[in-house]
Write a protein that binds this ligand. Sequence first.
Ligand SMILES: *[C@@H]1O[C@H](CO)[C@@H](O)[C@H](O)[C@H]1NC(C)=O
Ligand SMILES: CC(=O)N[C@H]1CO[C@H](CO)[C@@H](O)[C@@H]1O
Length: 230
Amino acid sequence: MVSFSSLFVAIAAVSGAYAAPANVTEGFELMARAGTPSSSGTNNGYFYSWWTDGAGTATYTNNAGGQYTLTWSGNNGNLVGGKGWNPGTNTRVINYSGTYNPNGNSYLAVYGWTRSPLIEYYVVESYGSFNPSSAAAKKGSVTCNGASYDILQTTRTNQPSIDGTQTFQQFWSVRNPKKNPGGAISGTVDTGCHFTAWKNVGMNLGTNHNYQIVATEGYFSSGTATITVS
Ligand SMILES: *[C@@H]1O[C@H](CO)[C@@H](O)[C@H](O)[C@H]1NC(C)=O
Ligand SMILES: CC(=O)N[C@H]1CO[C@H](CO)[C@@H](O)[C@@H]1O
């Protein structure tokens, strides 16, 4: 899950050094892996997924309805959690609102998987100190819900997935500019807008959706987030 190259990204970001694209890419992708979650299931009518590598100090709490709270500290390790649906769909319009206070490397994104083919995807709404679009090949841009997003794609080779270690594509939309972290945050993600835009640049999701959540991730950082998904 976590690799030396991931650590290198974190250090490079702090020092201002420029890292080779391939390894920067690998760093953020690993940060956003799926792997085996520490727990997942259904809570108050929503699917949830929570995973931590155990290196940091982190608490994920399922609250009422579509709400969850994540707190993490110690500037160590990798963790990701969120609520949403399983399976996802091609057309869901997802609302989220709450507070997002990362300190360091983190992101807030609609996050999911498809099979046939296996694809890991993100619609990044906000992030902390590291911009994932610096780490992937830009394919285009799209305006969805009144905001501009960069469309990016990366290849993952022999990496963790919902089907174990696999080689697969990652699709990204990264809001540009990002929503400001550091307090109240809310928005709407029309997934169909992104998925259609991806298709128009040759990025075809799989036919079978797996989970589709609004995830908060921390990587060698600290922070708090309370997000309600609907
Ligand atoms: C999402 O928010 C919009 C208003 O911004 C509202 O019209 C819509 O009903 C909301 N959808 C859900 C599922 O909460
Ligand atoms: C330039 C550089 O450091 N490239 C390295 C990137 O990471 C791979 C392993 O994932 C190395 O093999 C490269 O040497």
